[in-house]
Ligand binder design. Structure first.
Ligand code: MLT
Length: 404
């Protein structure tokens, strides 16, 4: 008789952004005349840059001719894209990452959920709290997180590293030694960043205790300050302890196009086994490669025209971020983030819970953000507003919030 993976039954509630979407849908059904502004899920709104569209068209045409048609993509990614990434993303930052250490995928969400598969179920994970929910949920599904405490909203076998105003929302090295450490900088959801010297401490620590860091750098394009690392491989020794996840969603607007990559250095060994080989084996078995058309679009991200257009796009969203940050501050909110990340993190007023504030904003201002508690217990009494809306909607949302 078939049995289900009962780890799935342990998952509390639905995926955070599904719950948000359901609540917004219900509100809109009940209030069809209200113009709701959505600044919740970090989905981009600007169209794809012209250089990317041009490349997509060209690749589509190639698929229509026998001489240039392509079938299955190489499961680890096309050489043209892997080489371009190594050359344009890593080399200029002084990072020693070669093309064959880059694995192309359909995005960082899937990679961040799948990467845990190559590790033993005995590994103990450490996560920042609040945290992008996929890291924890994917480990729950695998059966690595123990039992759930409904009151505390924590898992018994997960090490939570609180990210609070007191530590500038940067986690501190935990007392209990973890095996896998998830770090995300610039951070989702808090918008906080880490300085290079602080990240170096994590790398040194991981090398010392034999832990692996899973470093999510999906928002690196939003870094505006000089001493903030774009890649963990800017730190000495990262090749022997870190995997890096990258996305084209936020830097190039690929949320609906889907493309990302993971770097697994060949020097990264666990128990004498190279993780590079394991991840390659997983890719080979479970994935047929990102589509040719999309990988060509990814290549165009690195062209001179693509780079110039995308710098403008990022600047557009960061103008929104500054508008949100300053507007909320003027309205008396305690805010952070928004300088090196497209997320502004605010303390809820009057000690409202995160979900109370969500309902309040939705009902009174018809503005949707994301409740901080959905990212973990230390997110309670916090709220995330993203900068990915249009400028006009962003201005209107802040006007409405200020008027409350
Ligand atoms: C978010 O809003 O946290 C992200 O957009 C979700 C994602 O990238 O999957």
């Amino acid at each position: 008789m078939a049995k289900v993976n009962d780890n799935y039954l342990k998952l509390p509630g639905s995926y955070l952004f599904s719950t948000v979407a359901r609540k917004v849908r219900e509100f809109q059904e009940a209030n069809p005349d209200k113009q709701v502004i959505k600044l919740s899920i970090g989905d981009v709104t600007q169209p794809l840059a012209p250089a990317i569209i041009e490349s997509l068209h060209k690749a589509v045409d190639e698929m229509g001719k026998a001489e240039t048609f392509r079938g299955y993509a190489p499961d680890l990614g096309y050489e043209f894209l892997r080489k371009t990434i190594a050359e344009k993303d890593y080399k200029p930052k002084g990072c020693n990452v070669s093309a064959d250490e880059i694995f192309i995928s359909d995005g960082a969400k899937s990679d961040s959920a799948n990467i845990q598969e190559i590790f033993s179920l005995d590994n103990k994970i450490a996560v920042g709290d609040p945290v992008y929910p996929v890291y924890v949920d994917s480990n729950v599904m695998a059966g690595r997180t123990g039992t759930y405490d409904k009151v505390k909203e924590t898992w018994s076998d997960v090490i939570y590293m609180p990210c609070l105003a007191e530590n500038n929302f940067v986690p501190e090295i935990p007392k209990e030694v973890p095996d896998l450490i998830y770090l995300c900088f610039p951070n989702n959801p808090t918008g906080a960043t880490i300085k290079k010297a602080q990240l170096q401490e994590w790398v040194d620590y991981a090398n010392k205790v034999g832990a692996v860091i899973i470093y999510d750098a999906a928002y690196e394009a939003y870094i505006s300050e000089a001493d903030v690392p774009h890649s963990i491989y800017e730190c000495e020794g990262a090749r022997t302890c870190a995997i890096e996840l990258r996305s084209f969603s936020k830097n190039a607007g690929f949320t609906g196009v889907r493309l990302g990559f993971t770097v697994v250095p060949k020097d990264l060994m666990v128990d004498g086994v190279a993780l590079h080989g394991l991840w390659a084996r997983r890719h080979g078995t479970k994935y047929n490669g990102a589509p040719y058309i999309i990988q060509r679009a990814g290549e165009a991200v690195y062209s001179d025209a693509g780079q110039a257009q995308l710098r403008e796009q990022v600047a557009y969203y960061m103008k929104n971020a500054a508008y949100i940050y300053n507007g909320l501050k003027e309205a008396g909110y305690s805010v952070s983030g928004g300088v090196n990340a497209p997320y502004v993190w605010l303390r809820t007023p009057g000690n409202m819970t995160s979900w109370e504030f969500f309902d309040y904003l939705l009902e009174k201002a018809n503005v949707v953000g994301t409740p901080g508690s959905g990212f973990g217990p230390s997110g309670e009494h916090y709220f995330r507003v993203n900068a990915f809306g249009s400028y006009e909607n962003t201005v209107e949302a802040i006007r409405r919030i200020k008027a409350l």
